[in-house]
Design a protein around this ligand. Sequence first.
Ligand code: NAD
Length: 476
Amino acid sequence: MTAHSELKLYIDGEWIGAGKRRVHRVVNPATGGALGDLPLVDATDLDRALHAADRAFRQWKRSTTEERARVLKGAAQLIRQRVDHIARVATLEEGKTLTETRLEALVTANLFEFYAEECRRTYGRVLVRPTGTRSLVVKEPVGPVAAFAPWNFPIGNPGRKLGAPVAAGCSVILKPAEEAPASAIEVVRALVDAGLPAGVVQLVFGVPDEVSRHLLASPIIRKLSFTGSTAVGKHLLALAASTVKRTTMELGGHAPVIVFDDADLTRTVELLAASKCRNAGQVCVSPTRFYVQQGIYERFAAAFTERLRKVNVGDGLVETTQMGPMANPRRPAAMERLIADAVACGSKLRTGGERQGKEGFFWQPTVLADVPASARIMSEEPFGPVAVLTPFSTFEEAVEHANRLPYGLAAYAFTESAKRAMLIGDAIEAGMVGINTVGMAAADSPFGGVKESGHGAEDGPEGLDACLVTKAIHQA
Ligand code: NAD
């Protein structure tokens, strides 16, 4: 397989081809070659999607948890059966390695299974009242959701946008990124093949601003769920405010990493190098600002640089590749700008810093040392395979550095001291803190940020709760 089979929309239970619609050319980031043409919705399609979501919600909210669990478990099973195909589709259109896309598909299957179970635990409360009267607190699905997913986890992001709302009894209009649509089509296909009733999920692609303005202006949509940059998130929040919609916003990050001088150096370098190169650094929780205590700064910088030099960069479809290309031409262009600025500010380029190869969007794993706070890369999310290293001396100084930015998604700390671990976990302003680990995401734990990294969580019971509203019923 070197190209996508026909790319389609899915509205009101019908797979829809391009016909006379506009199309978007999908490309393979490893070669720049065309993979297929994606149909883009027009206003009539969006109105049809809205009406289908409205109608289906009235039915689906009354479905039993067994019915919802059957669909989610069935889809999980199909994703596992189809894992090799789905992984290949995702690598072709996003670039990351097959190892990564296989894992992403399996994680999505796990998430669907988690929500198949979790939806049975949507409890309410009975309040103590005089005999003959009662007050109930019940949870109900919030209603039709407009969900926007980015390209960096082409299987996982659509999975996250669908699992919890479908389990909660909501309907969804999902707009994944136009740059990596076929993976999302596979996720929706698994749900449809597992028996999802028509109208519960619609899959649309379009001109992003047209789609979001149309959907968020509609009173049918009760919730906005967005993953992407903080700038676009703010714009969508403003649109959602006009009809006071519920929101879950998973926005940008700029994860600090604090390496104390008592850290296990070999293990820390290995974990952070693998995590930095994951999806060529295009991960919202990617470790980025490395604050390393003076006592081990030089040793860490040398070992980390050496490790990144050994990373095998290439086409994600080749099994021996350890890091694929960046997903689109905007990313290497952004790397070029940010790295040139950092070097001009006095940073030392230890390795990388350039494009790789003649075709595709490859960027070398890059280490910048002694980076001053004034460099743009210390404040702007690079979203690429670059680590910026700065020394620090005291605990308080490290905390100040870590909390300096308006972002607060993920943060990491490495220390062998239990006391330091506890204190740093408490001191950092972030939605997620990894101490001696880079593992952040799991089906049963909340994933989300604070400050301008967004609000609300996906995954875990919290992700289900974010799709429910609370109603108090008082009866005399
Ligand atoms: P971008 O800001 O243009 O777009 C980010 C995402 O939002 C894309 O998926 C895009 O399709 C979508 N989008 C853009 N405008 C939209 C609109 N009006 N309505 C609905 N969706 C819209 O940036 P980009 O070049 O695609 O990605 C680069 C930046 O995006 C990164 O620097 C990073 O900050 C952020 N990003 C974050 C995540 C994440 O997981 N939080 C994922 C991908 C991208």
